[in-house]
Design a protein around this ligand. Structure first.
Ligand SMILES: [Zn+2]
Length: 248
């Protein structure tokens, strides 16, 4: 603690968005940048655009994304830093901020959930990146919402190529059958929160749901940090996808 205080004195933690000085251990954004986040307000609107992507699956209880993933926003830059620029510390911090927002707006949003399951990376991809950003986001959510995180019951068995520059149908085919369940007995009768970084077409999360389909009595809620805009197929030029930013 003393070392931390001394470090903060000489090297004050900077806001990951505006790089102005800010206060607060474990915080990655200054109050002004936190206030300016492009929130979806899904916590206040259970029947939202995220849930619409999973409405055909009766196991899905709730779905939400925290902020819009839009060109030119600091938030998009933050998610980029987390995903591609080796800033793993942003994951827990953004996850905790997101969960705190949800708890403030809809205190019951996490009620009934037994544990969090982050969307897994293939072990080869995780080794080369050094971390799974979804697992780090899940850690932050778990810390804020008081939920455990399980990274062993769902695995990615196929190292599929990137989703970048694919149409919605190509994305669906690209992730088909790439996940599998380990120790289904841990999941039987449970309500889990599937966590990912960016929600675009929902193809990856639907593939997770397909792998989980055989587990008896499982209920699933879905939470992502970001919601990418999508206005057509193939994804429109203004969407996050077309700039080649969504890769796994
Ligand atoms: Zn800032």
């Amino acid at each position: 603690m003393l070392l931390r205080s001394l470090l903060d004195l000489f090297f004050p933690p900077l806001c990951a968005a505006c790089e102005a000085r800010h206060v607060g251990h474990g915080q990655c954004l200054c109050p002004a940048c936190q206030a300016a986040l492009p929130r979806t307000e899904h916590a206040l609107h259970p029947d939202n655009a995220a849930l619409a992507l999973f409405r055909d699956n009766r196991r899905v209880q709730r779905a939400a994304a925290w902020c819009y993933y839009t060109d030119g926003t600091d938030f998009r830059l933050l998610v980029h830093k987390l995903k591609y620029h080796r800033c793993p510390w942003l994951g827990p911090s953004l996850g905790a901020l997101a969960a705190a927002d949800f708890l403030r707006q809809a205190p019951a949003w996490f009620a009934g959930i037994d544990f969090i399951v982050p969307v897994p990376l293939h072990r080869r991809r995780e080794r080369s990146r050094g971390y799974n950003q979804a697992a780090l986001i899940a850690q932050g959510i778990g810390r804020a919402a008081g939920l455990p995180v399980n990274t062993s019951c769902l695995v990615r068995t196929v190292d599929n190529p990137t989703q970048t520059q694919r149409t919605a149908e190509e994305r669906r085919l690209n992730v088909e059958g790439i996940f599998s369940v380990r120790r289904p007995e841990l999941l039987t009768g449970k309500h889990i929160l599937l966590v990912d970084d960016i929600l675009t077409t929902g193809a990856t999360l639907r593939s997770c749901l397909a792998a989980l389909q055989s587990v008896r009595g499982l209920r699933v809620s879905v939470f992502t940090l970001a919601l990418a805009r999508q206005t057509g197929s193939p994804l429109s030029p203004d969407s996050a996808l077309s700039s080649g930013s969504i890769a796994r």
